[in-house]
Write a protein that binds this ligand. Structure first.
Ligand code: SOE
Length: 380
C-alpha cells in the first residue's frame, strides 16, 4: 500500500461526504493507494481547524494556493462553491495533482472547457463527483441496460424534487445559501439537481442531442447573506425540459426546489421494448423491474433488493452480509474506491472532466432553450 495524501478544499456538506469516503474506503476495498487526510482548506480559521480536528486532517490552511503548492499532496479534492472550481482545478492540474471535483464541473461550458484542457494537458487522473451513479441499484440498472435486457429504449424520465427554498426569507449567497446566488452557482436547479439526472441519463442512455426547456424563478428578490441587501435572484428555481437522445428515445426531466413535501427525491424510470426499470433515492437499495418476458399471468413489477454478494450486483460484496443495507454516504466510498483503483492502474475513471463537460453542455443548452423559448441543439 502506498500513502496518498489528500488535500481537501472546502469543508461543508460535501467536504464531510468526501472525507468520510477517504476514511472508510481502505477498510472496505483492497486498494493500492491508502488515502491519508493531509490537509484541509477553508477561509474561516476557527471553523477549519475544528473540522481538521474532528475529521483527523493532519493540517489545515486558509489559502487554497498553499495546499495546491504543497509537494507532498497527491490529490486535490474540490468541494467549494462552483465559481471557484475552475481556477483551483486548473492550478491543481498544472501542479500535477490528481483531482476530484464536486458537481457540477463548473458554472458554464467555457469554464468547464478550460478545466478539461488543463487536466488533459497535465495528464492527471480526474473525476467529477456525480455520486448517484455509484448507488448499487443505479449501477445495476446500467448493467441491465448494457446487457440489452430492456431492448430498444423508448423513454427516459427523471425528477429531482426539493422544497427548501419556498420561503422568501431564505437568503442568497454566503456559506449556507451560495446555491441561490447565480454568481457563485452559475445556475439554480439546472446545475445543482438536473446535472445529477443528466449525468446518470447520459451514462445509461447515451447522448442527448436536442432540448426544449422552461424555467421559472418564483421568488424574484432575496436578501444577500453577505451584503444584507435585497438583490434580484438570478437562478432558476425550477426547470422542466424534454429532449431527444441520439438512440431515438425521448427524455423528460424536471427539477425544482418548490415541491412541498419533497426534501431530496431523485427518481428515474426507463421504458424499453422488453422491460422497464425505475428507481428512487428514498428507497435507494431497490430497483423496480418489469419484464415482459415473464409469463403473462405472473407478469408485474418486481422490487429487486440490490444486496447480493455473488458479484452479480455491484459493490455489495464489499459490505456486510447479503440483505443488509448501505446508504447515501457509501456512494462516495464507491466513488473513491473506483477512482483510486483506476488511478493506480493509470486508467480513467468516469465521469472524467471530459465526460462531465457533456453534462455541462446539456445544462447550458437547457438554460438557453428556456431563455429563447425554443428547441436548442446540444453541441457534441
Ligand atoms: C442541494 O440541496 C443538494 O445538496 C445538491 O447540491 C446535491 O448535489 C444533491 O445530491 C442533494 O441536494
Amino acid at each position: 500500500m502506498k500513502d496518498l495524501n489528500i488535500g481537501l478544499i472546502g469543508y461543508g456538506f460535501m467536504g464531510r461526504a468526501h472525507s468520510n469516503a477517504y476514511r472508510q474506503v481502505g477498510a472496505f476495498f483492497d486498494l493500492e493507494f491508502q488515502p491519508r487526510l493531509a490537509c484541509v482548506c477553508g477561509r474561516n480559521e476557527k471553523a477549519v481547524s475544528a473540522f481538521a480536528r474532528q475529521w483527523g486532517y493532519a493540517s489545515h490552511t486558509a489559502d487554497w494556493r498553499e495546499i495546491v503548492g504543497r509537494k507532498d499532496i497527491d490529490l486535490i479534492d474540490i468541494c467549494v462553491p462552483n465559481h471557484l472550481h475552475a481556477e483551483i482545478a486548473v492550478a491543481a492540474a498544472r501542479a500535477g495533482k490528481m483531482i476530484v471535483c464536486e458537481k457540477p464541473l463548473a458554472r458554464n461550458v467555457s469554464e468547464a472547457k478550460d478545466m478539461v484542457a488543463a487536466v488533459e494537458a497535465a495528464a492527471v487522473p480526474n473525476l467529477v463527483s456525480f455520486n448517484y451513479r455509484r448507488v448499487p441499484a443505479v449501477t445495476f440498472a446500467k448493467r441491465l441496460i448494457d446487457e440489452g435486457k430492456l431492448g430498444r429504449i423508448f423513454h427516459y424520465r427523471a425528477n429531482f424534487l426539493q422544497d427548501w427554498t419556498i420561503s422568501p426569507d431564505v437568503p442568497q449567497g454566503g456559506a449556507a445559501t451560495w446555491r441561490l446566488d447565480v454568481k457563485a452557482a452559475g445556475s439554480g436547479v439546472t446545475g445543482d439537481l438536473l446535472a445529477h439526472c443528466i449525468d446518470t441519463a447520459l451514462w445509461h442512455n447515451g447522448p442527448i442531442t436536442r432540448v426544449n426547456a422552461m424555467t421559472e424563478t418564483f421568488i424574484k428578490e432575496r436578501v444577500h447573506a453577505e451584503t444584507g441587501e435585497k438583490q434580484a435572484v438570478g437562478i432558476d428555481d425550477a426547470c422542466t425540459f424534454f429532449c431527444r437522445f441520439a438512440n431515438g428515445s425521448l427524455g423528460n426531466f424536471e427539477a425544482t426546489r418548490y415541491a412541498r413535501g419533497h426534501k431530496a427525491l431523485y427518481t428515474f424510470e426507463i421504458n424499453g421494448e422488453h422491460a422497464s426499470i425505475r428507481w428512487n433515492l428514498h428507497d435507494l437499495h431497490r430497483l423496480e423491474w418489469f419484464d415482459h418476458h415473464d409469463a403473462g399471468r405472473e407478469r408485474g413489477w418486481r422490487s429487486i433488493h440490490v444486496t447480493d454478494h455473488d458479484g452479480s450486483q455491484p459493490y455489495m460484496d464489499h459490505w456486510w452480509v447479503p440483505g443488509l443495507q448501505i446508504g447515501y454516504a457509501e456512494s462516495f466510498v464507491h466513488q473513491a474506491a473506483d477512482f483510486l483503483a483506476a488511478a493506480a492502474k493509470g486508467e480513467p475513471c468516469s465521469p472524467t472532466f471530459r465526460e462531465a463537460l457533456q453534462t455541462q453542455k446539456v445544462c447550458e443548452a437547457v438554460l438557453a432553450s428556456a431563455r429563447q423559448g425554443q428547441w436548442v441543439d446540444v453541441p457534441e
